[in-house]
Design a protein around this ligand. Structure first.
Ligand SMILES: [Zn+2]
Ligand SMILES: [Zn+2]
Length: 383
């Protein structure tokens, strides 16, 4: 079938809105009509070349929509189901899948980097020439074909713009706090970066019962937003930062979440954490980043430094659970959406993101299903 998609011909070039061909889903795949897609920092970093990826490709990995067709072997969803999309499908049989860590699936990782679906081929093409997928999804398009394990049913009552965000940014920040750090009630958490992932970490720390939630970001406006999402302290990353975190938390935070991935943040997160504390690295650094740490102190302080990919989640369990907490009023996820864009406005969204103007930008394909109108307490600003 023909679809309309935003095509990245090569990194750095403006995106082009074009007609592409999308092949039918294979037996274990699903065709989805997108209702909304979030625009994530990873899309922007891939477009700028910071994250290497095959091209030409269709970016976008934070989407939700309606199942239009399923392959002959698919049993988990059926036509008409509303689904959030997980950018990390899983085979269900490798050592990581069977041990409950499906985002580390050894079958999915090579295809992720190759820009294909799980069988090593693409469904996207332009006049006969293959076009790469991005993170199995390619949601900057009216339709996508995805592995069945990437299509997570969410029930008909959920605004699909919110479900889209849960498919990457929300799950990444929330899961870093809930699944990886396992933040305890009464504890202190310092979060570096107040974008969509950082704010999701703030919300998760709040409902986990953290007593102190300190947020550090160079943009004053983002700090004010973090306070409105439940942060207790807002800090600029100046020379006195580590000292202030230590003062405020009585010797160091119990947990640090690096939702920025920028140079120097891990050093500060390490220094701002109390002995025995946990530092979770979420933001993806540049490919050549080689952070260094004070070796003796690492031993003597017994601090734990860990990465967290995609919220260390089990997407098929965690995405519906987060959406239930949203529906119950515990997570104001719709407030993450600052602005909507047409499909041909994603370059503008990347620029707005660079300038710190967005919590989350969203492309809406189907207004009714996206459900932004009437969203409670929404800070939505139409483009
Ligand atoms: Zn993302
Ligand atoms: Zn697996």
């Amino acid at each position: 079938m023909d679809i309309t998609a935003s095509l990245m011909t090569r990194p750095g070039e403006p995106l082009e809105t074009v007609t592409l061909q999308l092949a039918d889903p294979r037996p274990d795949e699903v065709l989805v009509r997108l209702a909304a897609t979030g625009i994530c920092a990873s899309d922007a970093h891939t477009h700028s070349g910071r994250i290497p990826s095959p091209a030409p490709c269709v970016l976008g990995h934070e989407g939700a929509g309606v199942v239009e067709r399923v392959g002959s072997a698919v049993t988990t969803v059926t036509e008409g189901d509303h689904v959030a999309l997980s950018w990390m499908p899983n085979c269900g049989t490798c050592r990581h899948c069977v041990s409950g860590r499906p985002v580390l699936c050894t079958a999915a990782a090579p295809a992720l980097f190759a820009g294909t679906l799980l069988d090593g081929t693409t469904r996207l093409s332009r006049d006969g020439a293959p076009v790469s997928h991005y993170s199995f999804l390619s949601t900057f398009a009216t339709h996508c074909v995805v592995p069945a394990s990437s299509a997570i049913p969410v029930g008909p009552g959920v605004p699909l713009a919110v479900a889209a965000l849960v498919g990457c940014g929300v799950l990444t920040g929330y899961g870093a706090v809930v699944n990886r750090a396992r933040v305890h009630p009464g504890s202190s958490v310092v979060i570096f970066g107040a974008g969509g992932v950082g704010l999701s970490a703030v919300m998760a720390a709040r409902i986990s019962g953290a007593e102190q939630i300190l947020v550090c970001d160079p943009v004053v406006g983002k700090l004010e937003e973090a306070l409105s999402f439940g942060a207790t302290h807002a800090l600029l990353p100046d020379d006195g930062l580590v000292e202030r975190v230590r003062d405020l938390t009585g010797g160091g935070a119990d947990y640090a979440i690096d939702a920025a991935g920028s140079d120097g943040v891990l050093d500060r997160a390490f220094a701002a954490t109390v002995a025995g504390g946990t530092i979770v690295c979420v933001g993806l650094p540049g490919v050549h980043a080689r952070p260094s740490l004070p070796g003796p102190e690492l031993v003597r302080s017994e601090k734990i430094i860990t990465g967290s990919l995609y919220g260390s989640s089990r997407p098929s369990v965690d995405i519906p659970a987060i959406l239930r907490r949203y529906s119950a009023g515990h997570l104001p996820l719709d407030r993450l959406i600052t602005r909507t864009y047409p499909l041909d406005g994603i370059d503008r969204a990347f620029a707005d993101m660079r300038e710190g103007r967005l919590r989350r930008g969203v492309v809406v394909f189907d207004e009714a299903l996206a459900g932004l109108r009437g969203a409670a307490d929404s800070a939505l600003v139409a483009a």
